[in-house]
Design a protein around this ligand. Structure first.
Ligand code: AMP
Length: 621
């Protein structure tokens, strides 16, 4: 029940607004809130329809939109207009889908491989953001109906490995659903909160969150200290989950009934019936040892728990490999993990529970409903943001370094990886060429020293810098990373006040594997990167030196002897030759030193002359 308050200044009745927590899942979504009386989080069960809303959207022939269990029924009868797993497409381009393009039963448009994907339903095109918004709208309506109060604000969870683009897409989906998204929270953070971990700011804990849903798996290792939730590592597989268990059962039945696999797969109706039956069998086997049923008249669908475990053992083993990897990345041993949390419906499978508990050497926490735990945590986070738990401050960290490109294609880190967010950081830059009026700011994400190995997030020009000599303008570049991990970059030239800012909305997303790959690459290529950095720095130094010497000769050549000019030209040419020949950094620095040594007395001499002339009332440049 919603509380009612009176606004003392106006005397009007005010409803105390409910902020909901939403788990927008790949397979299922839920909405939860904090009960105003007992202050406990509960998942909303509107009209007894259950707390789980399948993340499926169907557009009917009559142009109606159906979401949830009812929409799921159309997966068999109208697959082209029934959309599932859209979360996997959020913030992604067609190119990003790679080998998984055929996974979807509906039409994904492939005309623009770089832009965000579009999905076709009849003669209309939808973005995954719009489809996710339909799911969020449904959740919002259920919450409003059940709580009998308007719901305008929410906290939405995303996987820890979601990048800016995917987080932004989630936020946009919320906006489209008419929700003000107060915070995007990492799913493992929410799961830990639901178990009360991290609520006490003095508590220090290292937690493993094992999340096996219908189609995705991820393991996250969190370090929680002083209210800060730091993601130490994540690993997983975005195409592994309970659906694979179902498929293993289907294949077993195909074999047992001596059916031809291809014929079954081509018969959409039959394969869907088998799929539903297999899921039913799997769920039953979480409780019992044997499942027996039939599809149609003749297909026998029986399986024992023992057989089921044998079938899924390799899949479970793959998740354990990920756990090992995540632990290695976090540089931790299983005994250093204080608590293990089970998330996702598939953790109800006894074999999964045993494997996880054995790996970490302690019983995993599964006392809360694994389908609801993320939504419950999101509701707690919403309550914190509503100001109801003033002592708690939750912070996340950024998974990859953010920086800009500087001379020679080098990455200049501005916000290092694992910085607590929200955060703001900046650096001052200047121009390298006289009279430069534009400055290109290219924003990158990644751990490598050279930008071309990192990922470009955005690029913009700071235009209208007044013409000044090289090195004069003072350009402050600031990165403002908000609590959701969304980046705003602003550049300002301090002498003129010229200013430009962009909200970084990258065109397409990184998969979790790519993020991991980027981190791994930064380690394996560290040596190589240092060498490249040094080489680029040498070239940049040389180019600046050449620019300065040539400018000097142009302006002040009359103060040098012919011999001096010739020698300078010779040294300039030598340096250019070294650069043209792609010389290594030592050769470049040798030539730079020679040129510098030979020309450095000139500056002194010109200075003296200029002073004399100035004193005589004349001015030289
Ligand atoms: P989620 O994506 O977290 O909602 O997880 C849904 C997955 O959990 C689906 O693959 C379900 O089939 C699976 N699941 C739900 N309940 C059970 C159960 N009792 N035993 C085994 N798997 C289950």
């Amino acid at each position: 029940m919603a509380k009612v308050a009176i606004n003392l200044s106006t005397g009007s009745l005010q409803q105390e607004e409910v902020i909901v927590g939403i788990d927008l899942g790949t397979t299922n979504s839920l909405v939860a809130y904090i009960h105003p009386e007992d202050k406990k989080p509960i998942a909303i069960n509107d009209q007894g329809r259950g707390t789980i809303v399948p993340s499926v959207v169907h557009f009917t022939q009559q142009g109606e939109t159906i979401v949830g269990t009812e929409a799921k029924d159309y997966l068999t009868t109208d697959p082209a207009n029934t959309f599932y797993s859209v979360k996997r497409l959020l913030g992604k381009s067609y190119k990003d889908l790679g080998e998984h393009k055929d996974y979807y039963g509906y039409k994904i448009i492939d005309d623009d491989s770089e832009g965000l994907v579009k999905i076709r339903a009849k003669d209309k095109f939808y973005s995954p953001i719009e489809l996710s918004a339909e799911i969020l709208k449904e959740l919002r309506e259920r919450a409003e109906h059940s709580l009998k109060t308007p719901v305008n604000r929410a906290v939405i969870t995303v996987p820890a490995y979601f990048n800016d683009s995917q987080r932004q897409a989630t936020r946009d989906a919320g906006k489209l659903a008419g929700l003000e998204v107060l915070r995007i929270v990492n799913e493992p953070t929410a799961a830990a909160l639901a178990y009360g971990i991290g609520i006490d700011p003095n508590e220090e804990k290292t937690v493993a969150v094992y999340d096996l849903g219908g189609g995705t798996f991820d393991i996250s290792i969190l370090s929680i200290h002083q209210g800060i939730f730091e993601v130490l590592s994540t690993h997983g597989d975005t195409y592994l989950g309970g659906d694979d268990f179902d498929r293993a059962i289907i294949n077993y039945w195909i074999q047992e009934n001596q059916l031809v696999a291809d014929t079954v797969h081509q018969d959409k109706q039959l394969s869907q019936e088998l799929r539903l039956k297999a899921e039913e069998a799997k769920k039953a086997l979480s409780q019992q040892q044997l499942y027996v049923s039939k599809v149609g008249e003749s297909i026998e669908c029986g399986i024992t728990r023992h057989k089921f475990e044998e079938l899924i053992a390799p899949i479970v083993a793959r998740t354990m490999e990920s756990c090992k990897q995540a632990m290695a990345d976090a540089k931790l041993q299983p005994e250093q993990i204080d608590a293990v949390i089970m998330v996702g419906g598939s953790t109800r499978v006894p074999l999964v529970y045993e494997a996880v508990s054995t790996f970490f050497g302690k019983p995993a926490n599964n006392s809360l409903n694994p389908d609801e735990v993320v939504a419950l945590g999101a509701a707690i986070q919403a309550d914190i943001l509503a100001g109801n738990r003033k002592d708690i401050l939750l912070l996340d960290v950024t998974p990859l370094t953010l920086g800009i490109e500087t001379m020679g294609g080098l990455m200049d880190p501005i916000i290092p990886r694992n910085s607590k967010i929200p955060t703001k950081a900046g650096r001052q830059y200047t121009t390298s060429v006289d009279g430069q009026v534009n400055m290109k700011i290219s924003v990158y994400q990644g751990e490598r020293d050279v930008v071309k190995e990192n990922r470009k997030l955005a690029e913009f020009d700071l235009k209208g810098i007044p013409a000044m000599p090289a090195g004069f303008p003072k350009v402050d570049v600031n990165f403002i990373l908000n609590a959701d991990g969304i980046l705003k970059v602003e550049a300002i030239e301090l002498r003129s006040g010229v200013r430009q800012e962009v909200e970084v909305k990258p065109q397409y997303g990184l998969t979790d594997q790519q993020v991991e790959q980027m981190l791994m690459d930064s380690i394996t290529h560290a040596k190589e990167d240092v060498a490249t950095r040094m080489q680029i720095e040498a070239r940049t130094t040389a180019e600046q030196m050449l620019y300065q010497v040539e400018r000097f000769l142009e302006k002040n050549g009359q103060h040098l002897t012919e011999e001096e000019i010739n020698l300078t030209r010779e040294n300039v040419q030598q340096l250019k030759d070294v650069l043209a020949a792609g010389g290594d950094k030592d050769a470049i620095y040798a030539a730079v030193d020679r040129l510098e040594e030979q020309t450095s007395p000139f500056a002194e001499r010109v200075m003296q002359i200029s002073i004399k002339q100035a004193m005589a009332g004349k001015k030289i440049e």
